[in-house]
Design a protein around this ligand. Structure first.
Ligand code: PLP
Length: 385
């Protein structure tokens, strides 16, 4: 018998159904210049010092004296040490608390193996849909908390065991400030709950009142598992390398044992590349890439606002969350923009029922495409309103 819980996944309001619609549209209209403002993938290449380090790592694999097999269950010690020294200086973590892996998409729900099967899982509505869909596939129960008027997750009155916080947020594009995050950590400590803190967009944070890491918040080591990835920071979406911190206050024994049985380590070449992202010469180039994405999303934000849309996010993330001006379902609006102006946006319903009436726009593409797309939006609204 097949896993019936997979059937709970909404296949209508799904990313895959939007992708299918776009694919069919492109097949039907090969002559049209379709521009995507929806992409969650990066467009800028990996920086040169990282490429060079990986070339060398490939050569290592060709020689008996420098060959490397498995990349280590928890990652190469050098990478784990580099992560701690650079991303968590003076925070008191040891390398036993760092787990290197092959992507936060899998890490963020594989971590559910640490928690009791009957744990009540709390997600934001709207949410990064992977938390919801993977929890269903793993036969876990999920519950939702809405966003308040500032698009921040509302701290519940009731008890939950595992809370997913995505900050900076996909899809809403904002980030939790010190004050808001402290409320969540206090809640988790009081309720003996755990926070899975998806922090993959940490490199986009620039607001001074937004912590780069949840471990800047008092009490967090007791309850929070922070997940980061090299995907968006350093264009590793195709290479695959991520890491998370599982503080010893939560667990070291169980999850280490589980990992040995479950995972044979991230790719050696990707991990060598990840180490090289911390070189001073890489940092400058990576910062420049992030600056360009941020400039792009700022342009998109200003342009939608100039057209009279209400827009959230974009300051600490590569995404903006746009309130639809037209009172139609978000999937209908997505089809309309594709058919009328050949621009792809992501319908809000994909992220949950509270995402209706909104759409997500990404700054991870190129500024040139953003300019063309916004010119099309501008003309469309001039002609039709
Ligand atoms: N978490 C969030 C919130 C994301 O938006 C994404 C990718 O878009 C991921 C995780 C996936 O990260 P990775 O490429 O490391 O699997």
């Amino acid at each position: 018998m097949l896993n019936q819980n997979i059937l709970k996944i909404d296949k209508v309001n799904a990313f895959s159904s939007a992708q299918r619609y776009v694919r069919e549209y492109r097949e039907k209209h090969p002559e049209r210049d379709v521009i995507s403002l929806g992409i969650g993938d990066v467009s800028r290449p990996i920086v040169k010092p990282v490429i060079e380090a990986m070339h060398k790592a490939v050569d290592d694999l060709a020689d008996m004296s420098s060959f490397h097999g498995y990349g280590g269950y928890y990652g190469l010690p050098e990478l784990r040490k580099t992560i701690l020294e650079n991303d968590y200086p003076n925070m008191g973590f040891t390398i036993d608390e760092v787990y290197v892996s092959d992507g936060t998409k899998s890490d963020c729900t594989n971590i559910l193996e640490l928690f009791d099967f009957n744990s009540k899982i709390l997600l934001a509505d709207p949410t990064y849909p992977i938390y919801r869909n993977r929890a269903y596939a793993l036969s876990r129960e999920v519950y939702y908390t809405p966003l308040d008027e500032n698009y921040q997750m509302v701290v519940p009155e009731e008890h939950y065991d595992v809370i997913y916080i995505c900050s900076p947020s996909n899809p809403v594009g904002n980030a939790m400030t010190y004050d808001v995050l402290q409320k969540w950590v206090d809640y988790a400590v009081k309720e003996n709950a755990y926070i899975v803190y998806d922090n993959v967009y940490f490199s986009f944070i620039s607001s001074p009142d937004v912590p780069k890491s949840i471990y800047e918040i008092e009490g967090s080591k007791q309850c929070a598992i922070e997940m980061r990835s090299f995907s968006k920071k350093a264009s590793f979406t195709g290479l695959r390398c991520s890491y998370f911190i599982l503080p010893k206050e939560i667990d070291t024994v169980l999850f280490r044992e589980r990992t040995i049985n479950r995972f044979n380590g991230a790719s050696y070449v990707a991990q060598v590349g990840a180490i090289a992202t911390y070189l001073p010469e890489s940092r400058l180039l990576i910062e420049e890439n992030i600056r360009m994405y941020k400039e792009n999303i700022a342009y998109l934000k200003d342009s939608f606002e100039a057209l009279g849309f209400k827009v959230t996010g974009g300051t600490d993330s590569p995404y903006i969350w746009v309130k639809n001006k037209e009172d139609i379902p978000s999937f209908e609006y997505f089809k309309k923009t594709l058919n009328d102006i050949d621009v792809i946006i992501v319908p809000g319903a994909i992220f949950g029922s509270a995402g209706e009436g909104h759409f997500r726009v990404s700054g991870l593409g190129t500024i040139e495409n953003s300019r063309i797309a916004m010119e099309r939006f501008r003309k469309y609204y001039e002609e039709n309103h």
